[in-house]
Design a binder for this molecule. Structure first.
Ligand code: CZF
Length: 171
């Protein structure tokens, strides 16, 4: 079965390969595809839409049986700005399966910069003097002192998607 992943971000690609490691006879292709939402989604709805668009675009581009999209975003609440992440699994002609990831509050000085228009990944690299942190442990890794890294968080999302697919939803 051919599985298309709608990103080349290693934290996301490795998460899919790890989560679906027990599925037999799978081949994976990682493709750059548009999310068709803003570079920094600001709501759950926009982040979910980005995940669905990535999954659908990857499915079509690779002519795969399954498309998977993973999207990071942020969410304003009365308690402050949360990090949010969503995933979608798409098969041809069926409604997308959707799953959400763990969420944590962003420290104020990081949230202020995101509100000011910067992408979270760029804020992280600027304030922490890192390079492409979002391709490794990510913000969630830094702010949990690496108890949960970005790949692990996405592994959980992909397992939630695979479990729904195995259950027979999305057919
Ligand atoms: O360091 C991070 N740790 C995280 O936990 C996290 N969650 C979201 N974001 C940032 O939110 C924007 C959209 O996320 P995103 O998933 O659409 O894009 P991305 O650049 O990370 O991946 P991709 O576009 O290469 O697939 C990007 O600026 C991401 O950096 C995170 N950055």
């Amino acid at each position: 079965m051919k599985i298309a992943i709608g990103t080349k971000n290693p934290a996301k690609v490795e998460a899919v390969q790890t989560a679906l490691g027990s599925w037999e006879d799978c081949s994976f292709s990682a493709l750059s595809v548009p999310s068709e939402v803003s570079p920094q989604p600001f709501t759950d709805e926009e982040t979910i839409q980005g995940a669905i668009n990535r999954a659908t675009n990857a499915l079509e581009k690779a002519k795969a049986e399954i498309g998977i999209g993973l999207e990071g975003g942020v969410l304003e609440t009365d308690y402050g700005m949360f990090l949010c992440n969503w995933g979608a699994l798409v098969t041809k002609g069926n409604a997308p399966l959707i799953a959400g990831g763990a969420r944590i509050l962003l420290p104020h000085e990081f949230a202020v910069k995101v509100r000011g228009g910067m992408e979270l990944g760029h804020v992280m690299d600027e304030l922490l003097h890192t390079n492409d942190l979002s391709k490794r442990e990510g913000a969630i890794g830094v702010f949990t002192n690496n108890w949960i890294g970005r790949k692990e968080m996405f592994v959980h999302i992909v397992k939630l998607l695979a479990g729904q697919y195995d259950y027979g939803q999305g057919e």
